[in-house]
Design a binder for this molecule. Structure first.
Ligand code: NI
Length: 167
């Protein structure tokens, strides 16, 4: 397993739409293992393939942050099919290190997701899992969480982020 370099805010590759994953391959299985390793190394809950420079509809989520292997979830060509309620809480992104901001998301989210064996399943997540579904699927559509904020706040966050990135 390897920790992969993560693209950061401002990289145009993070803004691209991703393409569906085709047949599952050993190369993709290795990529998923590396993505879990990378998320864990950065203490993140999830990581989407565009963040490591692959514009494919693939993401990993581990709400236990490496504590419980059973909670590892691989999203393949996922689509949100239902959203319910709302939650307001802090959100961050491995591509925007040092920035955490409060963002409203649905409290409960249902997705349609493909498994590695090609079968399709409905998955429902609440609270942190619902937030992770929204956040990672946004990445696959070329969207970062800071884009939910207005231009003034976004500019403020960008300055703060760049200042931190320079050290
Ligand atoms: Ni992110």
């Amino acid at each position: 397993m390897a920790v992969l370099p993560v693209l950061t805010w401002g990289d145009p590759r993070l803004k691209k739409n991703s393409e569906d994953v085709g047949d599952w391959t050993p190369e993709l299985e290795q990529l998923v293992a590396d993505m879990f390793e990378t998320a864990l190394d950065e203490e993140g809950v999830g990581l989407a393939a565009p963040q490591i420079g692959r514009n494919i509809n693939l993401a990993v989520i581990d709400c236990s942050c490496g504590e419980d292997p059973a909670q590892r979830l691989v999203l393949i060509n996922p689509e949100i099919t239902r959203e319910e309620g709302s939650q307001v809480g802090p959100e961050g992104c491995l591509s925007i290190p040092g920035i955490r901001e409060v963002l409203e998301r649905p409290q409960k989210v249902t997705i349609r997701n493909r498994a590695q064996d090609g079968s399709w399943h409905e998955l429902t997540g609440e609270d942190l899992m619902a937030r992770a579904f929204c956040h990672e699927i946004d990445h696959l559509r070329g969207r970062l969480f800071v884009e939910y904020f207005g231009p003034v706040k976004r500019q403020f966050l960008q300055k703060k982020y760049l200042k931190q990135a320079r050290g």
